[in-house]
Design a protein around this ligand. Structure first.
Ligand SMILES: [Zn+2]
Length: 409
């Protein structure tokens, strides 16, 4: 380990109070989406810009995406760089400024917008998602500044908008309109992980939610032979799908947990309200998490084929509709430089052997992977995000900042 990395890490260890103070300031400016009654990230962005300036960061660009729903008219994305000795490669830390609403206040033990510190835990909305990554990035910048150390390569800090509601005005805007990343850059998204820091997320399954509406013919409950029971036909279809889909889409990959595609029947729409009516319509939904090897259209077609068989046998007519679809991005390779660099840094700081993992779908890193860059999601966290009494562990905040420091040297 270089002595410079060690100095930076030791400095970060002294930042407990600073970490809490940063969490306090950031939590007090809720960056909520206008769709949930918020005014976007502008105030929080101004706070972060002020902090970066105090830390001596000079290369800062604010890239704005237009949004007339917020008072500033734009959603800000901050791109900051701390120059390294070798400027050809950058280590990027990307965190998002927006947070989700607090939910029911009575479910919280304290005001979600005013942090409460209890032992090693900081409570408040957003303290973990994604301020743990955000603050860890700032601590690293502060430590480099205080130690007067220039990293071996550039450190890029990316603070984006609009992560919680689809990324269109955040990372996707940056990727579509600006050249931010280089082919050899290391991109880390500290926005998910395991309590011991052992999971480096590199892949995700595709997600498709399918609405299936089986139509029969309603009649009185005493004369079922005069109708076509849509509920019964749907039951047969559900059983058929439960057998057919896992068999048809059977590829396995151990980076995922579970290591195969899953096809779960979940929601049903309300049907008949009384017991003595044969239901003429039954609607159910499938939540499918599919290995990246498959095109989601194949899954939709397979559901349609099974429905056609049931329709032919029972006289029903069935509509199959994908109501939500997110195709999987190409996975980041298990041996990509970002994975190895993180593994070494995590071993040094936490003494943990981290492994590349896949998840059920839906991380912001997919936007980056889709553009052909490698990116890994990693943090050491309990994942209390989005619930009441969200917390972040101070030791993780400092530890993660040290892991990021090691990526730089
Ligand atoms: Zn997040």
């Amino acid at each position: 380990m270089s002595s410079e990395a060690q100095r930076v890490a030791t400095r970060i260890d002294s930042f407990r109070n600073l970490a809490i103070e940063l969490e306090r300031k950031l939590t007090a400016v809720p960056a909520l989406d206008p769709g949930s009654g918020g005014d976007g990230e502008e105030k929080k962005a101004q706070l972060i810009l002020g902090l970066l300036e105090q830390m001596g960061v000079k290369e800062i660009e604010v890239i704005r995406a237009e949004d007339q729903r917020v008072s500033s008219g734009t959603r800000p994305n901050i791109v900051a760089r701390i120059p390294g000795k070798d400027r050809s490669r950058t280590v990027w830390l990307m965190s998002h400024m927006d947070v989700v609403p607090a939910g029911k206040l009575e479910d919280w033990d304290s005001d979600p917008w005013e942090v409460r510190v209890e032992g090693d835990k900081i409570y408040g909305r957003g303290v973990e998602d994604n301020q743990q990554g955000l603050v860890a990035s700032l601590l690293l910048a502060q430590a480099l500044h205080d130690e007067g150390v220039q990293p071996a390569r550039d450190l890029g800090l990316l603070f984006v908008a609009d992560e919680e509601t689809g990324n269109r005005l955040g990372i996707e805007h940056l990727l579509d309109h600006h050249e931010i990343f280089g082919a050899d850059d290391i991109i880390v998204v500290p926005d998910g992980g395991e309590p011991d820091g052992s999971a480096i997320e590199v892949a995700e399954k595709g997600i498709v939610w399918i609405k299936v509406t089986v139509k029969g013919r309603s009649t009185h409950g005493s004369t079922p032979e005069r109708g076509i029971n849509a509920h019964l036909a749907a039951a047969h279809l559900i059983v058929k799908l439960d057998e057919a889909l896992p068999r048809r889409f059977d590829k396995r990959n151990d980076v995922f947990d579970p290591p195969e595609s899953t096809f779960a029947v979940t929601k049903i729409d309300p049907g008949v309200q009384n017991v003595n009516t044969i239901p003429g319509e039954h609607t159910f939904y499938l939540d499918c998490r599919v290995m990246p090897d498959y095109d989601l259209s194949q899954v939709i077609e397979a559901v349609k084929a099974a429905a056609a068989d049931i329709d032919a046998a029972r006289g029903t007519s069935t509509e199959v509709l994908a109501v939500q679809r997110m195709d999987a991005a190409p996975p980041t390779a298990n041996d990509a430089p970002v994975v190895g660099a993180l593994q070494r840094a995590i071993r040094t700081v936490y003494g943990v052997e981290a492994r590349p993992m896949g998840i059920g779908g839906g991380t912001v890193a997919a936007c980056i992977r889709r553009k052909g860059f490698s990116a890994a999601v990693w943090a050491r966290m309990d994942e209390t995000m989005h619930g009441p009494n969200e917390y972040c562990i101070v030791g993780n905040l400092l530890g993660d900042a040290k892991v990021f420091a090691h990526l730089l040297f």
